[in-house]
Ligand binder design. Structure first.
Ligand code: PMP
Length: 376
């Protein structure tokens, strides 16, 4: 079979399964469409202070960092960003990566090895799934979603000297929260480490958007490592690992997605720093996104989510696609996740709230979501 035949065969398989993915470039302003599919939860991607900071940083530092961080690509704006994110989340130290994906790959692969049992929730993000593969752990156990008994049984029965448990504070598709306090109890009992991906927590969940790790008093612990992205509530691009100074030092020395990658673009670092400043001076942004999420959830007939993400289970993949198209016809864009993109048999609509939704936008979205909930 030629290479081209092989590509064609894969395409045919995807087409038959109805799983062909296509890129749909959007214009800068999608006039008339309400975006409830993106992750710009606080509406900061276009905030004038944020875009001005990105532009100023580009003029000051150039369009790119110019090198990897350990060569000449560590800029003062990176150090400022790392200090600000660590302070905001109550952590000792922070290390910026070029994406949240890289942050997860780097953290897990640097912290787990052949002497480590990895215990991963079945619903963690693809970047943590890939991180498990990259780290080549001594053993890997996938536990059912938020199943504390399964986590305990994996930790109790372990033969390897170390264990790292992987969860998200607010799950990216299901929108629910991990039982962090109970997990921490297991981490202490079984002398393990907890890695919490706060991609959907920071800026939205917990007190004034400081995230669930800080709000539950778990920041600054040496047995907790947190990862986050700069691309969602902070409206920019990039990722960060947060933890003790020792963890950060270990990552600087061993995390390949950090060492061999060009430093985060200065515009992205400065934009995230400015977004954090906007959020610090106006914590009501995080209150507003949660209130809007609760309102959308009530309209759709589901529980209020832990963060900005609402998950609406659909009776079938076809019904999910139909509901997504109907919402779009009514000018409301939502996400649609079907197996195998998500684990389990259930297709879902993923609806994300934003802090900057106007009253007429909320009213229209609620009216249309109520019809989805009704099945009408
Ligand atoms: N973790 C989670 C839970 C995510 O949802 C995402 C992005 N979808 C990432 C990590 C990756 O972040 P980034 O987009 O910054 O690479």
């Amino acid at each position: 079979m030629t290479f081209d035949d092989w590509l064609q065969q894969h395409h045919e398989e995807r087409r038959r399964a109805g799983l062909v993915r296509r890129l749909e470039p959007r214009p800068a302003t999608a006039a008339g469409t309400i975006d409830l599919a993106g992750n710009d939860y606080l509406g900061l991607a276009r905030h004038p202070q944020v875009t001005a900071a990105a532009a100023a940083a580009t003029l000051t530092w150039g369009a790119g960092a110019g090198a990897s961080r350990l060569v000449t690509g560590s800029l003062e704006v990176h150090a400022e960003l790392e200090a600000a994110v660590a302070a905001f989340t109550g952590q000792d130290a922070a290390l910026a990566f070029s994406t949240g994906y890289h942050a997860n790959l780097g953290a897990v692969a640097a912290l787990a090895d052949a002497d480590t049992l990895l215990v991963s929730d079945a619903h963690v993000h693809a970047s943590l799934v890939d991180a498990c593969r990259l780290s080549r752990p001594g053993a890997l156990t996938i536990t059912a979603h938020n199943d504390l008994d399964a986590v305990e049984s994996a930790l109790r029965g372990r033969r390897l000297p170390r264990a790292l448990v992987l969860v998200e504070s607010v799950y990216s598709v299901l929108g629910d929260a991990a039982p962090l306090v109970e997990l921490m109890g297991l981490i202490e009992t079984y002398d393990a480490i907890l890695l919490v991906d706060e991609a959907h927590g920071i800026g939205v969940a917990g007190k004034d958007g400081h995230g669930l790790v800080a709000t539950h008093g778990l920041a600054g612990r040496t047995d907790v490592v947190t990862t986050m992205t700069l691309s969602k509530a902070l409206g920019s691009q990039g990722g960060v690992v947060l933890g003790s100074a020792r963890v950060v030092d270990h990552l600087i020395n061993t995390a390949r997605p950090f060492i061999y990658d060009t430093g985060l673009a200065p515009a992205a670092a400065a934009a995230a720093l400015a977004a954090l400043g906007v959020l610090r001076s106006d914590p009501s942004l995080s209150h507003r996104v949660l209130a809007n999420a609760a309102r959308l959830a009530a309209a759709a007939g589901v529980d209020a989510p832990a963060g900005a993400v609402l998950s609406l289970p659909m009776p079938s993949a076809e019904a999910a696609l139909r509901a997504q198209a109907d919402l779009l016809a009514g000018s409301v864009r939502v996400g649609c996740f079907r197996p195998p993109s998500v684990p389990g048999p259930v297709s879902r609509l993923r609806v994300t709230a934003r802090a900057d939704l106007t009253e007429p936008e909320l009213e229209l979205a609620c009216r249309l979501l109520a019809c989805v909930g009704d099945g009408t």
